[in-house]
Design a protein around this ligand. Sequence first.
Ligand code: ARG
Ligand code: ZN
Length: 875
Amino acid sequence: MRDAEPQPVRLADYRPPDWLVDTVDLDISLHPSATRVVARLALRRNPEGEAGAPVVLDGDGLVLVRLALDGKPAAGGAFDASPDRLTLTPSADRFLLEVETLLDPTANTQLMGLYRTGGTYCTQCEPEGFRRITYFPDRSDVLAVYTTRIEADRDAAPVLLGNGNLLRNGPIAGTGRHYAVWHDPWPKPSYLFALVGGRLAKVPGHFVTASGRPVDLGIYVEEGKQDRAGYAMDALRRSMRWDETAFGREYDLDVFNIVAVSDFNMGAMENKGLNVFNDKYVLASPETATDADYANIEAIIAHEYFHNWTGNRITCRDWFQLCLKEGLTVFRDQEFSADQRSRPVKRIADVRLLKAQQFVEDAGPLAHPVRPEMYREINNFYTATVYEKGAEVVRMLKALLGEAGFRAGMDLYFARHDGDAATIEDFLACFAEATGRDLAHFALWYAQSGTPRLDVAGSYDEAAGTYRLDVVQSTPPTPGQPTKAPLLIPLALGLVGPNGHDLPLVLADGTPVEGVLEVTQEKQSFVFTGVGTRPVASLNRGFSASVNLVTDLSTDDLVFLAAHDRDPFNRFDAIQALAVQLLKRGAAEGTLPPHAALLDAARRLLEDGALDPAFKAQALALPGENEIAREIGTQVDPDAVHAARRALRRALAQALTDGFAATYAAMDTPGPYRPDAASAGRRALRTLSLDYLTVPGTPDALQRALARYRAADNMTDRFGTLAVLAQHDSPERREALDDFYVRFEKDPLVIDKWLSLQAQIPEAGTLDRVRALMLLPVFSMSNPNRVRALVGALATGNPTQFNRPDGAGYDFLVDVVLTLDAKNPQLASRLLSAFKTWRQLEPKRAALAERALRKVADAPGLSDDVADIALRALG
Ligand code: ARG
Ligand code: ZN
């Protein structure tokens, strides 16, 4: 809780720690309300710190029981302790500090530090949770070797897990308790500490690393859920192998454990040797998980595993460098999924997510650089910008340096910085050195916020046989950055000839272009020679640069690219660009402009037998309402956006009825469910076809959808058909929703889907429905997954109903945020960040949103987390 505005922390103020910790010995005796923690820290003055500085250790709500220096109880006056800080002025430059604290894990509803979830003890320490367990220099540049003894009641917590390798364990005679001692030989920052104690079932696995080290794998789940951990185990083993082949990185301990818990603020956490996961990203069975769930599990298992090198062996010097581990690790997990599945389809899905989340963030009041320079609450910087744009920056680096140069830079980074707490400068220096390239200009991507806009105009000179591209780049102002400098933008492109083949790219001075142009200035022209016929420019292929591309391509050009570009991403992008043009005009004019070209392009894609079904499903799904709103940019009326999208859906459904019917029949996937990408693609295209076929809402169409719902033998089809029905206020919808509830009432992760779907229905009754759903016993305000599924889905996945013209959606969210804030500030501030788009709304809604945000900002006793979001959103 704060009494004043949260204080800013600045990158420019970074100083090395005054004291270091060589070893940490923890003795933790677990108890539901009185857990005892004895910490023995071997402290040593840092020669690089400030001479004579006292020892200042972080705490957060700690209860100090006892304190000893070099084995002698500390007398009052020798130290100064408060719940949030411990200050000592020792005479020696090296000493052993012993501190005992007393914790109440059951009362910990913030889910930060040591807490309980379904009876299990678990921890979350990133970024600043370790200080809720014991006093410590809780910053990521203090690396220590940890030994952890955990003790607990044997019946309540038969499983005791820690970081590193198990040294010994056994019963404590005559007490009903037992213990385990874990030792992690790799020095690590406190945010990677973890322990787990509970009644959990182990799903075992095994892996032998490339150099022959055997590793015991374990996935720990709630008793009875073992049969849902198989896919996660498989994904883990594939991730371990992939990191060896793709990056030369081997695992470095004898055990690797994953624990699935049901109360977790984020997706998962990469604690050394002991990953803790939101169970939503571990548990899957054909009956309970969709294809999207399987893909997410694969990606997040890989992500946390890959952190072992990018995050753990090499960690971050300070939290400003968060993207050093997160952006890079997202890039690595994206590459892994691309290799395991379809590369183009993965790229399309990633860019869709980037635009839906990061571009939106970048265009509003919460915009910040990939590496921020100031924060008031670091928990609010686990954002799409740090993660997703952070990954795009790494991808752009690779586009500039090429495969071999990129790998050489990564190899140097691992070799040079293993064991370090590093910075973005350290990272970039490795690539500069390995390739001999100056990356000073490129580095601006980390510091400058906002999405650059790239205007590209093409002109063909038939007589000269030249094609000229005029490129103008600009980045709109963002909070704290009124003016912007030009960036180094890797623009992948092709000039497509009339027969659909790429023409050779040769600049006027004779230099050949290997598919990527480097745009470096505000205004630049590129002239290609030897161009015999007028080509169509295919720009930013594969989304090589994270920019808003504005081209002068005609409708005919886009139709041509959608059919012929050899870059699958740009085939997708061409048809999406056609749709965006229509939707923007449709929303502005209240009626859909002529759209025969889009229908024609869509028909061709649908009927192209050579195309991957998963690709077609992506290409034929219209841009979402949030995405259209961002494209419009200002004065957005969500109802007009919704109406335009609805009209275009109707037009597509009408024009392509036969095609969708044929596709629907052809995409039947008989046989038992398999989660692989090819089968998932067929299911996706089949459900999309059903969705279009159901658009007319006739009794026949609804009955067909309901029949498919009933016949489904896996969650992908069952939930897919339920989502189709959810769009139509009808008896069929009611029947299917009721049936789904009865079937899965006892399965919280599946109920989340049901909650989330209803929260996203674009009808005036939805807000009342959400209020009613909150009263059901399956809902709980203390479980983050439930809250996000219901309240989060309304706030971020239902633009018309969150932005109701009467402001009731905003008032509702504010009530939930204020109620939650006392309990779980991180969850509350995440929900509140749904207001990040308020400034793009038309004036009436914007005024209501502003009033709602003010109410939050003015509420007494706000957490730093919520206060920070409210003030920045208003800022
Ligand atoms: N490092 C984790 C991941 O991305 C995220 C943990 C963030 N947790 C938090 N409470 N902010 O894999
Ligand atoms: Zn991560």
